[in-house]
Design a protein around this ligand. Sequence first.
Ligand code: HEM
Length: 315
Amino acid sequence: MVGGNFLSLFLLVEIIVSGYRFGANGLSMNYYLMSCPVADPIVKNTVNRALQADPTLAAGLVRMHFHDCFIEGCDGSVLIDSTKDNTAEKDSPANLSLQGYEIIDAAKEQLEKMCPGVVSCSDILAMAARDAVFWAGGPIYDIPKGRKDGRRSKIEDTINLPPPTFNASQLITMFGQHGFSAQEMVALSGAHTLGVAACSSFKSRLSKVDPTLDADFAKTLSKTCSSGDNAQQPFDATRNSFDNLYFKALQRKAGLLTSDQALYADSRTAGIVNGFAFNEAMFFFTFQGAMVKMGTLDVKEGSKGEVRTNCHKIN
Ligand code: HEM
């Protein structure tokens, strides 16, 4: 009995001292509680101000966090500029349309004034993506912090980002390699409730008869592409709102990318799409869990990384 009480007390103290440590890595929900308590509010205010001025940047922040985490883990590698000796991830064709870098820079600049050398660029990006989701009407959720910034950013690594031509099997395999279930993969794809794709990302669908593409929607896409490869098409009818219209579009065969519509064409994922289209709360719940998980991919701790003073270059 006494032993049991002692164990409970020990666990309680352990939880308080560790600040809800997250899994095996050294992340925790209140990582900056003592070292930089303004970290969360500064990022949130910076994101809110920027999105008020340009709501389309919410999509950019969410996508940038994904592209960061899938390459070399969530370590801010996507933020590093190329140098004369190194072509960085951000100059890969897959990353050329990323947007929102200036929001990360603005938050970093303020944080370096308040708590120099404390808050990593990878944490700022993870917090900014979270705040962008909420700003656009999506779920509110807390994320563990304590990621260190990486020192490697190479264009060739971006081969590991999924191309828009992937089918469901390829998506299930690639996301599975990162530890995601098919349901989590479909939920993460639901980030395409925000933003746009360029014609170059979907025009291959228009050159042949595609039974998974609605005829009227195909006409809309052809019209968009008549303005050139850079012409943009929203993923759903509400490009700045985080909702479940993306999944409803898939049900109408009005998904934009091959990889979007593939989720409805495959029996392993069609039911998940239907579930999220029917029940937005279920989409939000699964999405937030999957985002927290994505944000902990291959996180660098301690001396495996650093806190960059300028997000564009290693220290
Ligand atoms: C499932 C595999 C995925 C593929 C094949 C894919 C591919 C793409 C492509 C090709 C674009 C358009 C790029 C352009 O034409 O400029 C895009 C945009 C976007 N992606 Fe994904 N993506 C995937 C998953 C994700 C995930 C997991 C997230 C975030 C959690 C995400 C977030 C976004 C957002 C928000 C945009 C719009 C960006 C903007 O408007 O600035 N994507 N994606």
